[in-house]
Design a binder for this molecule. Structure first.
Ligand SMILES: [Zn+2]
Length: 492
């Protein structure tokens, strides 16, 4: 295999085209079931099945049907709520009904946060209601709310720059606008205001924090999302996101020279602990105990029905495993569909899964976890494949790309991992493929009341399913070690 690397890189496209042609010829002439002569570690039969799975996925409504069922029967399912428990039941039933070889759950315990009453009003120049949502983790204001003057900051850095305790009796307002990009990187640029803003506002002495919603829409909807609570016990202030149009309104008032007064009432807070469950469904492999983790998260925020975040991911990964499970033979490597608990409030399910592996096998916690993938960036089409694998693994992925190219997917680069729930696994050194979704419109909907099923294009889900099924099948059939357990966070 290694001796072929140079040839691959130099003449890859040419060579692949010939190989694919050969594979098609072989498959139509009844190729031997296990012809391992291919230089790409895939037999002609494996490649033919990959093509067949891809075409089948492009006609399949299964991913959409699963997403629709979850968002219709369960709807919003914030971690620890009765709807979250219903989602766990739904997932267990769904995986069993689909015929997975093994279905089981893992308890995940976390602090339970509840939303309760929330409202805000501009008092200057006259009363105007603001559309807000409290940030997950926010403490409550006094029982009937608080009234204070706003102080506007361009971004988190500007808030950090003022002296400690200089905002006594006032509400900080972070006005940073999220930019729209295909890869969603505007989120990473803006979200620190949400995740760290409430702790910084506390250090500055503010009585509360408002942020412009971390979202790209112009609708009068607020985007919730979790905030980080410092481990040193220094605490955070009550915090909420205002819709983009409301943030525009506030900004204009400042431009007129006013410092508006705001009434903010949040009856939110933590209330003991709750337990939810990671739900797993496994397709047993034939060759070894090794398997591929196909991740998505089962919980959602309490706005909308959690269709794009992450009902779509649940539908995509479950359907991908199901299409492979329905082949005449089981894949060589197994498939583990992992529907994680409480991603939204801090990757609790993902960390619990890694912790379980570490307890089971302290010396080699990642043993048998040959690859992890995650679908958690909405329902847009996949446009690029990236990975964090060893060089031999990247050669295999580069070869696989020939089957993804007809789906409009470009070959990205090695060293760029992706995934939310599987972040703890990636960080621990598991090999990862990131099938990048077009996130241009995702952040119009993310964590809002507008995250509903009608926003999903069924054809885009079919394209996702096609990419997932090709990638998963070929990783399962490839004899190549992708480097799980030997990769460090610096790789790439
Ligand atoms: Zn998500």
């Amino acid at each position: 295999m290694i001796s072929c690397n140079i040839t691959w890189n130099t003449n890859m496209h040419h060579f692949l085209a010939r190989l694919m042609f050969l594979a098609l010829l072989l498959s139509s002439a009844a190729a031997p079931a296990d012809d391992d002569s291919s230089v790409f570690a895939f037999s002609a039969a494996d490649l033919a099945i990959a093509t067949q799975l891809r075409e089948q996925a492009l006609q399949s409504d299964l991913a959409y049907a699963i997403t629709a069922d979850l968002t219709t029967r369960v709807g919003a399912r914030a971690a620890g709520t009765p709807q979250d428990a219903l989602a766990v039941q739904w997932a267990v039933n769904q995986l069993k009904t689909l015929g997975f070889d093994r279905v089981w759950t893992q308890p995940v315990t976390f602090p339970y946060w509840h939303r309760g009453e929330e409202s805000a009003q501009l008092l200057t120049p006259g009363p105007q209601d603001l559309t807000i949502m409290a940030l997950g983790g926010s403490p409550a204001t006094p029982a009937h709310g608080l009234v204070a003057e706003l102080v506007m900051f361009e971004d988190l850095e500007a808030l950090q720059a003022v002296p400690d305790n200089s905002l006594e009796g006032r509400i900080a307002f972070i006005n940073k606008r999220m930019e729209r990009h295909q890869d969603g990187h505007g989120y990473g640029q803006t979200v620190p205001g949400r995740s760290s803003g409430p702790a910084v506002a506390k250090a500055k002495g503010a009585s509360a924090l408002l942020i412009r919603s971390v979202g790209t829409d112009h609708d009068r909807i607020a985007h919730t999302g979790t905030t980080r609570i410092p481990e040193d016990g220094s605490g955070i202030v009550p915090a909420a996101a205002v819709s983009n149009p409301d943030a525009d309104q506030i900004e204009r008032l400042f431009k007129l020279g006013m410092s508006p007064q705001v009434m903010l009432n949040l009856q939110t807070g933590f209330d003991g602990e709750a337990t939810s469950y990671n739900v797993f469904g496994e397709v047993t492999g034939t060759a070894a105990d090794d398997f591929i983790v196909l991740g998505a998260h089962l919980d959602s925020w309490d706005a909308g029905t959690g269709a794009v975040d992450d009902g779509a991911g649940v539908g995509i990964v479950t359907a991908a495993a199901k299409l492979i499970m329905d082949l005449d033979t089981r894949p060589k490597r197994g498939l583990r569909v992992a529907l994680f608990a409480n991603e939204e409030q801090g990757l609790y399910g993902g960390y619990a899964y890694l912790q379980h592996l570490q307890q089971q096998n302290p010396a080699m916690p990642l043993q048998h976890q040959v690859m992890a993938l995650e679908s958690d960036l909405g329902a847009g089409r996949i446009y690029r494949i990236d990975a964090r694998v060893n060089p031999a693994g990247w050669d295999v992925i580069s070869a696989m790309h020939a089957l993804l190219a007809p789906l409009g997917i470009e070959l990205g680069s090695n060293g760029k991992p992706g995934g939310s729930d599987i972040f703890p696994l990636i960080n621990a050194g598991v090999a990862n493929i990131a099938l990048r979704q077009d996130a241009s419109e995702y952040f119009d909907l993310h964590h809002t009341d507008n995250d509903t099923l009608d926003k999903i294009d069924p054809a885009a889900l079919q394209q996702n399913l096609a990419a997932w099924v090709v990638t998963t099948w070929l990783v399962a059939q490839s004899g190549v070690d992708f480097g799980s357990g030997t990769l460090s966070s610096d790789d790439g």
